[in-house]
Design a protein. Structure first.
Length: 178
């Protein structure tokens, strides 16, 4: 019996081919093209946040394996279930951090399409607009906190964890040498 497994990179390649076909057929900036650009931006935002926090998870794992190797083996059992739960939690956390930016824009018709304007905005039949009602739901203080959590906070955490990792490796090397 032949089992056909579709790998994720094959699906991604199919998506890119479909994306390229839509772009080349609708290069006149149709609604579908602008929506694909918007979706690409959302995927980029989610990927950036998930990547930062995945780096933190890997650094925590490395630190635990070096600092307390015996306890870390029991804490970090290498099961697929634990990894899947961690990755799904990471994805949900990334979506939660980026929810205001994912929900407050939409593609709509351009009111100034074919108007005589001083800018090139009149050349586009569709544009990405900001949904003011949803933007008001996410207050400015909440958005500022989320920007801190998704852009600024991960770097000091990575610095501290990598510093602790370096310090613990140095201590183990010194105890090994003496």
């Amino acid at each position: 019996m032949c089992k056909i497994k579709i790998k994720s990179n094959a699906l991604f390649s199919l998506f890119l081919c479909h994306y390229f076909c839509i772009l080349t057929e609708n290069w006149n900036r149709s609604r579908v093209t602008i929506q694909f650009f918007q979706i690409s931006n959302h995927v980029f935002i989610l990927g950036r946040t998930a990547s930062l926090y995945f780096s933190i998870l890997v650094t925590i794992q490395r630190y635990l394996l070096v600092a307390v190797p015996m306890k870390a083996k029991t804490w970090l059992k290498n099961s697929r279930l634990h990894c899947s739960i961690a990755l799904i939690s990471l994805l949900v956390f990334s979506i939660a951090l980026n929810l205001p930016w994912l929900t407050k824009s939409f593609v709509d018709e351009n009111e100034v399409y074919n108007w005589e304007t001083n800018s090139t905005l009149g050349d586009f039949p569709y544009v990405i607009k900001r949904n003011e009602d949803i933007a008001e739901i996410w207050g400015r203080p909440l958005q500022d906190v989320l920007v801190l959590l998704k852009s600024i906070v991960p770097f000091p955490i990575l610095l501290v964890l990598n510093g602790l990792l370096y310090f613990s490796v140095s201590l183990h090397l010194l105890s090994f040498i003496s």
